[in-house]
Design a protein around this ligand. Sequence first.
Ligand code: HSE
Length: 432
Amino acid sequence: MAKEINLGILGLGTVGTGVAKVLLEEGDLLTKRTGMRFRLKSAADLDWNRDRGVDFAGVHTTTDVNEVLNDPEIEIIVETIGGYEPAFTYIMQALANHKHVVTANKALIATKGTELFLQAKKNGVDLLFEASVGGGIPIIKSLREGLIANKFLSLYGIINGTSNYILTKMHQDEVDFGQALREAQMKGFAEADSTLDVSGGDAAHKLTILASLAAGAMVDFDSIPVEGITSITTLDVDFAKRFGYVIKLLAICRFFGTELDLRVHPTLIPKEHLLAAVNNELNAVFVTGNYVGDTMFYGPGAGQCPTASAIISDIVDLSKDLLLKNGERFSNRTVNPEEKATLLPLDKISNRFYLRMFTLDKPGILSCIAGVLGNHGISISSVIQLETHGQKDVVPIVLLTHKAPEKAMDNALTEIAAFDFVRSDILRLRLF
Ligand code: HSE
């Protein structure tokens, strides 16, 4: 007879409801594929008046999380409340009660990972989080298992669907930032506070998780330099296009020996690169390993069904170990929660740059700018100045540079910004 695994869910919002739906409607398929029976025993949420389109007959529905957290029959708890509190307290309590936990909570794993993983370790249980990055894309399992033979060389991710949707609409349909953001909000990809999406914070949470897995040590979320997409205009998207690039919000992880170069910022990607073809709300992670070479994982990064798909895969993984009674959990060893990853400071890194500014249209201006860049050892690779851009007497100038140290660029931009002919902030983007 199939071993029965009892589960509880905390939080029946979009994602939790999706998980319940799969468990309740696909039980036979999961049993056929795994030899186990997954029983959704209890579900806790504060609101049971809402029609979720799921038949909860046979499930104990409650408003009291303790009925799930303290049920001795429940072996796996799915946390789909989201946010920091009370989700953190409930997960800590579930782990203390020797229950395995599955979560999609990227913000929590990124910022409280050490405490949570140590709590899991101390209590001999596990905390899995496949759905926290890339929605339905099995990127975490791939880093942990499929690519286990590899030392990772780099990882580049388009891992915020909202920003990608906005930039795609600006690029393809020439709609402005505000309108594209409103569309993303209406389609339901954006966070409750969409500042997290457009400021790069959500992508940085996800990068923290991926980089920790790739490094085998904990990355400090607060140490990652992050820039969002709010300064990008349709003009920049158009200039990038003229130069043969597409602008994407990119999460970057590169290994230099034991040090990691981690950043999140808008990046000009050559239009021929696979990442340039990742459009709308879709996500992709481009991973290079020393044995496997280049790989790319692509798919839906958000949404009820893709996220539920990832959560179910964690549930099955945990259940395999429950069935086999393995003792120590395999995945606990992928990242050492007590080891900290070392980050390379941004000023030790060199990049190619895109610079955009508005200046007066007077003789000698371009040579002044080029002179300052030259004095700092920065070489220009392309320049465009438009004759007019609807603003009286000021024109947009855009320059692409060859590779230059970040520090040299900082210093050069401080000098250029001080010229009185510069009539706007200078936008500095980086090239892939
Ligand atoms: N707000 C997130 C995004 C949802 O746009 O990618 C998925 O994590």
